[in-house]
Design a protein around this ligand. Structure first.
Ligand code: ADP
Length: 624
């Protein structure tokens, strides 16, 4: 029989399928099952309209595996196809208008296109050498067999099928080095693929499953039994009413579907109806996946259209700062064949994403208010991401996130929110104090912390690299600015104290300049300070860039290292101050050595490495 040629576009698509390097070839089954489900829908409505009787239970999708002949068969008793249908539906791409082919199709765009589209029937050729479609249209006496082995065309001949419906038989490819096709002939893989992609198809998907069982009435005799098994659960959990679902069911669904061994911290289940209708089932995990803070992590929620999964990870549904959320969105308003590209511009999806974001935020706030312990668990796992969220996009999302972030505070070293901090601020305190360092304990021991705490003020301890950058981006919270206690002027002094200090610094100008010179450009200024209680010295910075930020930036790759403006501050009250003045007038050389030691001490306290440790220890030894 003469072969008929595919339409040009179909040929291209077919060619792509056959030579595909697409890694998720298994989606072919989802496509064929969806088609079967559509055909069943059509038959169902046809019967309804014509008053014919057929029970919904009689509709089914039957899968069968023949390992010997390497075939996988998908049968349905849906509306079927006439000869003409076979010709037009399978000889051309139904919605060819939506397939905007790139003229120079390379392997990469091939993968992209397959990933983007529900590619439909032709996806069968990703896993098969040969495909036959035996079909009988509803109400017709004739049936036909469509057959093709690929791009060189197809044949249609008369056949003999008793019932209306369609039987698609795939001759599964032989294994190659890269690809294991045998798995499409294994009952358990088929079961997995169906439950992964088509669990909620509203018709039973059946497979005869073979297993070995203990023979009834015996204790050690086994027999092989074949049982018709329904592979899909048909009812999506998220479509049920909340009141019908137990916490256990929610948790089980989460752990099995999202491959987590721990139950989620919080489950968010919402139904939205109106302009855009959708169900959302979203989980907040209780710990970060191992790759969460790496480039490999891919955010996203599963996307369903009426119970059929159309995308496994739809990133557009989640802002980066909520990338930890897992779950799904199901909307009848989304089309099955929507592409990734069109999705980005999809109005419905944007509306859903906005609502999802609001919902996650409000649920996190609720958690913060109702279950502090759980919220702190959440914070420890994902807090860093929220702080990045504040810093990124030029602080665009700070409003949304500022009430969710926490810091360890000098108040019993417990976590506090900014709201809690500002609520406890006294009239006298004008600004929110913070300090940065490697660990809470190290910051707690800083001389500057001592001084601020002595005034009765609370200090936020910033231990993550991003902290200071985030605070700088926020600028203020509830009308209160942020002040780094290791940078610039703390303004804790009374007017008299300020005046006295100013005088001291003026009078000691010669000494201070000398100390600065001795340090050879390591600091921008040396001055006396009132802010240290017991310690002799500290390093502070001036301007936007703090010492901690300098450390963070210098750890990043790149040539241009930004430098903080560093000031060496000497405790005016300390006995050392007097001693220094005396030494300066007696022995300049010795004073220069003191300058180096004091500067190195400042570095050590600030957690900054000493430029020349050998010289430092030599100087100390000499003094001893
Ligand atoms: P799509 O499903 O996006 O329309 P496909 O390439 O998957 O594209 O299928 C093309 C057409 O073939 C379908 O629109 C449908 O009319 C017909 N078709 C495919 N499978 C079946 C089936 N099992 N029963 C009846 N018609 C089918």
């Amino acid at each position: 029989m003469a072969k008929k040629q595919f339409k040009a576009e179909s040929k291209k698509l077919m060619d792509m399928m056959i030579n595909s390097i697409y890694t998720h070839k298994e989606i072919f089954l989802r496509e064929l099952i969806s088609n079967a489900s559509d055909a069943l829908d059509k038959r169902y409505y046809h019967c309804l309209q014509n008053g014919e009787s057929m029970n919904r239970e009689d509709y089914r999708i039957q899968l069968s595996i023949d390992k010997e002949n390497r075939t996988l068969t998908i049968s349905d008793n849906g509306c079927g196809m006439s000869e003409k249908d076979l010709e037009t539906n399978l000889g051309t791409i139904a919605k060819s208008g939506s397939l905007d082919f790139k003229s120079d199709m390379d392997k990469e765009s091939d993968v992209e296109i397959i990933g983007q589209f529900g590619v439909g029937f032709y996806s069968a050729f990703m896993v098969s050498d040969n495909v036959t479609v035996l079909s009988k249209a509803l109400g017709s006496d004739e049936s036909y067999l469509w057959e093709s082995s690929g791009v060189d065309g197809y044949t249609i001949k008369k056949a003999d099928k008793a019932e209306a419906g369609t039987v698609i038989t795939l001759k599964i490819k032989e294994n190659t080095e890269e690809e294991n096709y045998d798995r499409y002939l294994e009952q358990y893989s088929i079961q997995d693929i169906v439950s992964k992609y088509s669990d909620y198809i509203r018709y039973p998907i059946m497979l005869d499953m073979t297993s070995t069982k203990l023979k009834e009435g015996t204790e050690d005799e086994y027999e092989t039994v074949v049982e018709p098994t329904q592979l899909n659960s048909m009812v999506p959990l998220w479509r049920k009413n909340k009141s019908e679902i137990t916490e256990d069911e929610y948790n089980q669904f989460y752990t099995s579907k999202f491959y987590d061994f721990e139950n989620p911290l919080r489950t968010i289940h919402s139904k939205t109806e109106g302009q855009v209708s959708y169900d959302a089932l979203i989980y907040i995990p209780s710990h970060a996946p191992y790759d969460y803070y790496s480039k490999d992590f891919e955010k996203g929620l599963q996307l369903y259209s009426n119970g059929v999964m159309i995308m496994d990870k739809c990133g557009d549904l989640l802002p980066d700062y909520f990338s930890f959320a897992k779950g799904l969105v199901d909307s009848p308003d989304l089309s099955l064949n929507i592409s990734r590209e069109t999705l980005q511009h999809d109005h419905i999806l944007k509306v859903i994403a906005k609502n999802v974001e609001k919902k996650i935020k409000s649920e996190l706030l609720k958690l913060l208010q109702s279950d502090r312990e759980k919220y702190e668990t959440f914070w420890k796992a994902f807090g860093l991401q929220l702080k990045y969220g504040i810093y990124s996009n030029y602080g665009m999302n700070k409003e949304a996130l500022q009430d969710l972030i926490m810091f360890t505070s000098s108040n019993e070293k417990k976590l506090v929110t900014l709201k809690e901090y500002t609520d406890r601020m006294s009239e006298e305190q004008k600004t929110i104090y913070f300090a940065s360092g490697e660990t809470v304990d190290k910051i707690d021991m800083l001389p500057q912390t001592d001084a601020v705490k002595a005034k009765g003020f609370e200090v936020l301890y910033c231990t993550d690299d991003v902290d200071e950058f985030a605070l700088q981006m926020m600028r203020e919270y509830g009308g209160k600015t942020f002040t780094n206690i290791c940078a610039g002027n703390l303004d804790l002094d009374t007017d008299e104290e300020k005046e006295a200090l100013k005088k001291e610094n003026e009078e000691s100008k010669e000494l201070l300049d000398f100390l600065k010179e001795s340090l050879g450009g390591a600091v921008n200024e040396v001055r006396f300070t009132n802010k240290l209680k017991n310690h002799p010295v500290c390093l502070t910075s001036e301007g936007m860039l703090s010492l901690e930020m300098e450390k963070v930036l210098s750890a990043m790759p790149g040539e241009n290292k930004a430098k903080a403006t560093v000031v060496l501050e000497i405790n005016r009250e300390h006995e050392l101050a007097e001693k220094l003045k005396a030494i300066f007038s007696e022995d300049k050389e010795k004073a220069a050595k003191y300058a180096k030691i004091l500067y190195s001490q400042g570095c050590l306290i600030a957690g900054k490495s000493i430029d020349n440790p050998t010289e430092f220890t030599q100087l100390i030894t000499e003094l001893m």
